[in-house]
Design a binder for this molecule. Sequence first.
Ligand code: ZN
Length: 65
Amino acid sequence: MAFQLVCAKCDSVGVIMDHGELAPPSTIVRCSHCEAERGTLGELRNLAISHRRDLFDTAEPPQFN
Ligand SMILES: [Zn+2]
């Protein structure tokens, strides 16, 4: 299952990650608006690397090293 860049339930693009960069790739990423599961952190990282990095509402985009 591919990561949902846009929430299927509320159309929000914001996401929540409990442990940020330190989280394992299997960590579930949730919608910051309705808390629906959007995919895993590993899937999100793959998207961020292959497409764009401005996937977050936060002022400082996370680093994917
Ligand atoms: Zn949502």
